[in-house]
Design a protein. Sequence first.
Length: 480
Amino acid sequence: MDFLTIPSLAPTSQLEELVRKYIELESKPIRDLEKVKQDLEVRQGMMRDLNSTILALRDNCDSLIGEKATSLLSTKTVTSSKASVVTATAGSTALNGVHNVFVERLASADVVVSNQFDSTGTTLKTKLSPGNWVFSITVEGVTTNITVTIIGDEDDGTILSKMAQAINASAAAVSASVVSEAPGKARLVLTSDKTGSAAAINLSETGTGLLAATGTSSQVQSSGTSGGYLLQRDLLDAKLTIDGLSFTRGSNTVSDAIPGVTLNLHAAQTSGESPVSLEVKQDTGTIISNIQKWVDSYNKTLKYIQDKTFVDSDLGTRGPLAGEYVYVSLKANMRTTIQAPVDGLDPATGPVSLAGLGITAGDNGSLAITDRAKLEDAIVRDPDRVASILGSKSGAVTRLRGIVAPFVESLTGIIPRQQQSITDQMSRIGDRIKALEERMALREKALRREFSSILQAMTMLNAQRSTLNSIWGNAFASYS
């Protein structure tokens, strides 16, 4: 019989569960702050995307404003009736028109060769004593001295290779190699780095040396296995006829014949062939492609803002920026500013707005090039007017830039300031969470100490209960 009853002690696992639930209840402020921080992180991501989108639009605007607009609208292209013979590029100063070009001859690089030798022969060994042999190469008035060391036991192929190596190691504007026209044969080949007669190779040496011994001469034309230049110097230049006038040039790239146009010669024509027709005209493809890039950037930005500011009263849903007037007004201002006419243009003399160029806005405000033919015609007829509609001081693109730029200016922009504010809020919340977590850790330790003390006290009480029950039991038995 128990004369003294003490409540039984809960198992340790139950005490642990009690501590966990208590800490979980006490941690609710931390969870609330973490939810706020997560919401701020989502908003920060949205602001980052919005900032990136508007920055891209601003940069696309910059490419169509002022001198850049004028430069773009002046972009020219050249079409060739036979691109395998001649192609061309044109700068903004080139005049539109058609040119007829006949390529009689391409420019060539001067080539000088040595006599042909047996690779393993000793002809040169008998003519050249051991020592240093010096000769000079002159190209375009620049002379380079070349030194070749002969030991005395080299064969002909080796001596030619030593000459080639010495030339290639120098600053001479030529390249050298040893070729084998037939098995067992060797020949030195020097090629000028540039085409044309002005870059012809001139070789010289004092007395009778390596050049004479190898037959490497810039004074005579090569014939058969004897050395010399391969092509007459007056045939090294390109020869062509442009609009009936004859031209010779030292390069196959001709940039000084037609103002603003660079010709690239690819092949010579034969007598009787028709001249190649080159048409210089406005590069409407490139110009419209750049305008389309701006249109796409505008549409992307507008849609992003529309998606974030929408309000559906029927469903009761709203975008995350629906209540922020600055973004709602940005959306409206973007739509109205691009459709307004440009100041200073007379509607009686041509288009005065984007719509007049065939660039129109849909019901949702998005832009589209709905009449490409109208835009191309305007670019060809009056590129300056198109540049004004786009990028003059009151042009559509200029006005749009003025609206969006304040949102993304570094440090002072609306979005960067909001991003900084969000970053500051998240930092403060992070500090609060850290402080609460530290406090919770201390509270958990305290609870464990308290429950541990209770456990020890209950253990002692149970031991004392057992002792007292034993004493009282014995006393009761004696009395009975």
